[in-house]
Design a protein around this ligand. Structure first.
Ligand SMILES: [Zn+2]
Length: 415
């Protein structure tokens, strides 16, 4: 049988010859030389990568910076301002804004997304329902996972637990806690217990926005020890992801190494939210200002599955970002001084292979035969340059079908 589509002369490895990628029935059928297909797309030696994976984004509260900026610049300021806006959330407005964000992601080659709509007494189920609607409407464009998110706390926000439970009943793919946003450490632990309770009740993985603070003297920002303990006790190894964890950037090396070893042993996954982490951290520091964002090298060498993601786009938490994970990778490389070729490779893993494991899709994902043909052609000849040049996405394929094209970008006298 002739292949439906062949991507000809693709650069998939800087140290090996160019290859052809044959696609049939939405899957990669073969990778080799001189492959034939009904349609042939000449890649011309440009880089082809598997689709990027956005493992952590809040589409429901993106693009709100123009409505009300976070002039304080702190995490507390961001939560407060967004909280006020959330009370006025209406179905159609949230849906339209989130749709703009989803198109931003797709046009940057991200076709697999885990999103966390605020699901609490302020936002109600408005954001959650907008995500359900987009998941169905965009099912041929994106694989979407939704995680109902307890941004306002649970103990601190009466009624939150019931709304989360309702969202789980309506089909939330994972559950997302926010244990630092409670009034004291006892409530932080209870919050973690309640998130595990929902995860177990609906047989879903659990995730936490955790330890998002500058130091660990306030134990609400040192909840990882309890999360590790709970993960092991509930036999949830490989089913728990933590995001942020910025307080770990302030601890002594021995504490960091010990935490990494125990996270790896409990198979707890980590997602760094680079732009938000660096934007909101160290706000109280008058000198030696902390960056907050975690250097991935010790985590990955220590066996922790570590990804990075966008988190927020143009709102009180992050006034920048445009849905391009390569741009976030470029920022990450600067902030954590990741300058070598092997660093670039690690960064690529952190938006492809690593988050595939986080989302539990590793069996169908990757640039290999039998895997889904979710691929991106970049306007770039060397794989090791993609975080440097942040190249144009020439073509984005979802299950072998073109869902975005930006073919020509050349300097010439246009007619
Ligand atoms: Zn988040």
């Amino acid at each position: 049988m002739v292949n439906e589509l062949v991507l000809k002369d693709a650069r998939v490895d800087d140290d090996k010859p160019l290859v052809d990628i044959a696609i049939t029935g939405g899957k990669i059928k073969e990778i080799g030389k001189n492959l034939e297909g009904d349609r042939v797309y000449d890649v011309g030696g440009d880089v082809v990568v598997p689709s990027f994976i956005e493992a952590h984004i809040h589409m429901d509260k993106a693009l709100l910076e123009v409505v009300k900026p976070n002039l304080e610049g702190t995490l507390a300021g961001a939560i407060k301002i967004t909280g006020e806006l959330k009370k006025g959330f209406e179905d159609e407005e949230v849906y339209k804004r989130s749709k703009i964000v989803l198109d931003m992601l797709l046009s940057h080659g991200t076709t697999i997304v885990r999103c966390f709509p605020d699901t609490d007494p302020l936002a109600r189920l408005v954001g959650f329902k907008a995500m359900l609607r987009l998941k169905e409407e965009y099912k041929d464009f994106v694989d979407m996972q939704i995680g109902a998110f307890a941004q306002e706390g649970i103990l601190k926000s009466p009624g939150a637990f019931e709304i989360l439970d309702e969202a789980m009943k309506m089909g939330s793919d994972v559950i997302a806690g926010c244990p630092y946003n409670e009034n004291n450490y006892e409530d932080t632990k209870k919050h973690i217990d309640m998130i595990f309770e929902l995860g177990k009740k609906y047989k879903k993985d659990v995730t936490f926005h955790a330890d998002f603070g500058d130091d660990i003297n306030d134990k609400r920002y040192r909840s990882i020890d309890y999360i590790i303990e709970k993960t092991v006790a509930e036999k949830y190894q490989g089913r728990v992801t933590v995001g942020h964890m910025t307080s770990l950037s302030s601890v002594e090396p021995d504490v960091l190494n010990d935490t990494i070893a125990r996270m790896a042993s409990a198979k707890i996954y980590l997602t760094s939210l680079v732009a938000t982490d660096v934007f909101l951290s160290g706000r109280g520091d008058k000198n030696k200002v902390r960056r907050g964002v975690l250097n991935p090298t010790p985590f990955i060498k220590g066996g922790v599955n570590h990804a990075f993601a966008t988190n927020n786009i143009m709102n009180g938490f992050t006034p920048f970002a445009n849905g391009d994970l390569l741009l976030i990778g470029n920022l990450y490389a600067h902030v954590c001084q990741l300058g070598t070729i092997s660093d670039q490779k690690m960064l690529l893993d952190m938006i492809t292979r690593n988050p595939a494991k986080t989302l539990g899709i590793q069996d169908s994902y990757g640039l290999e035969p039998k895997k889904n043909a979710d691929l991106v052609v970049l306007d770039e000849k060397k794989l090791s340059n993609i975080f440097i040049n942040v190249p144009r996405r020439r073509l984005v394929l979802k299950r072998g079908r073109a869902i975005y094209k930006a073919e020509e970008a050349v300097v010439k006298m246009w007619k």
